[in-house]
Write a protein that binds this ligand. Structure first.
Ligand code: HEC
Ligand code: HEC
Ligand SMILES: [Cu+2]
Length: 403
């Protein structure tokens, strides 16, 4: 397929060659004349000035007009190239790029997210740039585009990949310790391969079988999955939550884990969640059903099978590994290795505390990183508000296994 569209390379390269060529000609010309003059007008050859010219109108006219024309030509070409970079061709595919310390995320209109920028060959792509924290720079040398990504400001670039292949993307503005790791690629694929990639069924996996059980037993009449409180507490982000319960009249807090869930199902009135009536009827469920439900809550309702979320993958995709190591070494943040279950010295609201890194603590550290700050580290971890419950559950499970 041949398009008449001018690519960013075609817009920029001639300008570069023109300015580079003009500079080269001037450099060589001036150097040559200078060397010639050094030789020709050496004191031994012409000890006394012989001419006392008053001026030369034509010579002066030429050295004013020629450079003016040259500089204006450079301006004109530069401006035209800049305009082609700013004017996105109609019908460009839009992709949202989000920069954060220290990773890129690309999200597509269909809801697909990726740490690499996949694009179809031969189609213009418009990349909308936003930053979640500090100033970054979006830079693809292969397509001659480079643009600042400024927090709170909408910006964009566009380009066309004319050949399939993998092209580097860099961050071009120093943005902290992990700046040099803020690297990813453009993956230019043929049309068929690109649409196959875009429509990979990661998003539309079949629902978790636990959801069917919740419907079948009428749990959803009293419990929501979206965070709203009904007759009972919501199931949203239930796993790992700290519930304040009343056990035979005494108040204490429990962490929602497997044992607690099993007890809540078998004897709903053993622990009554504070602020709720003891309205939940006991259910006699088969063991397999209980296992399915526990798994449903553990995974935050994520679909099973091929699409099951992998904690390590989430950590990579969301850029956690830019600040946290998994081999025990200290990085910008504490290492994940051996973190689960360890004693952590933290600062909470200005007070030093030692806490056990259990599921609720880790969960809070991820959702609300500034609530407790680990001693010896800067409070620079960004809040990850874009993590789904399933992703958080996968991260927690992975951290638990990483000990
Ligand atoms: C008639 C309404 C009703 C139905 C039906 C019901 N629940 Fe409940 N559930 C409640 C109430 C009210 C509470 C809070 C008081 C308590 O702890 O007993 C609760 C508490 C819970 C808790 C503890 C939540 C927490 O935040 O600690 C779990 C887990 C739970 N229910 C699971 C289920 C499951 C699974 C089903 C279906 C098999 C179900 N419920 C059906 C009303 C209901
Ligand atoms: C910009 C760097 C940065 C990124 C990205 C980042 N973190 Fe952190 N994280 C930190 C720093 C610094 C600390 C220690 C200070 C604090 O407690 O906030 C920390 C603390 C933590 C803790 C508590 C550790 C402990 O020793 O108690 C957990 C858990 C954690 N991060 C998980 C994550 C997860 C999961 C992600 C990805 C979703 C992530 N972090 C992304 C910098 C980062
Ligand atoms: Cu950056």
């Amino acid at each position: 397929m041949k398009t008449t569209l001018m690519t960013t390379n075609e817009a920029i390269d001639p300008v570069f060659i023109f300015i580079f060529g003009a500079s080269l000609v001037l450099l060589l010309g001036i150097t040559a004349v200078m060397i010639w003059f050094v030789y020709r007008y050496h004191r031994s050859r012409s000890p006394k000035p012989t001419s006392a010219a008053e001026g030369n109108f034509w010579l002066e006219a030429v050295w004013i007009v020629l450079p003016t024309v040259l500089v204006l030509a450079m301006f004109y070409y530069g401006w035209a190239g800049f305009m082609s970079l700013r004017n996105v061709p109609a019908g460009a595919m839009a992709v949202d790029a989000t920069a954060r310390k220290w990773s890129w995320n690309f999200s597509y209109p269909g809801g697909r997210n990726s740490p690499k920028l996949y694009v179809p060959v031969g189609k213009p792509v418009k990349v909308n740039l936003t930053s979640l924290d500090v100033l970054h720079g979006f830079y693809i040398p292969a397509f001659r585009v480079k643009r600042d990504v400024v927090p709170g400001m909408a910006n964009h670039v566009w380009f066309v990949a004319t050949k399939p292949g993998s092209y580097d993307i860099f961050c071009s503005s120093y943005c902290g310790t992990g700046h040099s790791q803020m690297i990813t690629t453009v993956e230019a694929l043929s049309d068929e391969k690109f649409s196959a990639w875009l429509n990979e069924p990661t998003a539309a996996a079949p629902p978790h079988p636990g959801l069917k059980l919740l419907e079948q037993y009428g749990c959803l009449g009293c419990h929501s999955t979206d965070g709203t409180t009904k007759v009972g507490p919501t199931f949203k982000r239930l796993w790992g939550r700290v519930s304040v319960v009343l056990t035979s009249g005494t108040e204490h807090s429990v962490t929602v884990d497997e044992a607690y869930l099993k007890r809540s199902l078998a004897e709903p009135n053993a622990d009554i969640v504070k602020g709720f009536a003891p309205a939940m009827p006991p259910f006699t469920l088969k063991d397999a059903e209980v296992t399915t439900l526990v798994d449903y809550f553990r995974s935050g309702g994520a679909a099973k099978g091929a699409a099951a979320v992998d904690g390590k993958e989430v950590a990579q995709k969301k850029g956690c590994l830019g600040c946290h190591s998994i081999d025990g070494s200290k990085s910008v943040g504490p290492t994940f290795k051996g973190l689960y279950g360890s004693q952590v010295k933290v600062n909470k609201g200005g007070k030093p505390l030692t806490v056990t890194a259990d599921i609720p603590f880790l969960k809070e550290s991820i959702i609300e990183p500034t609530a407790t700050i680990v001693e010896g580290y800067q409070p620079i971890m960004p809040p990850f508000t874009d993590l789904s419950a399933a992703e958080i559950a996968a991260l927690l499970k992975w951290l638990e296994e990483l000990k």
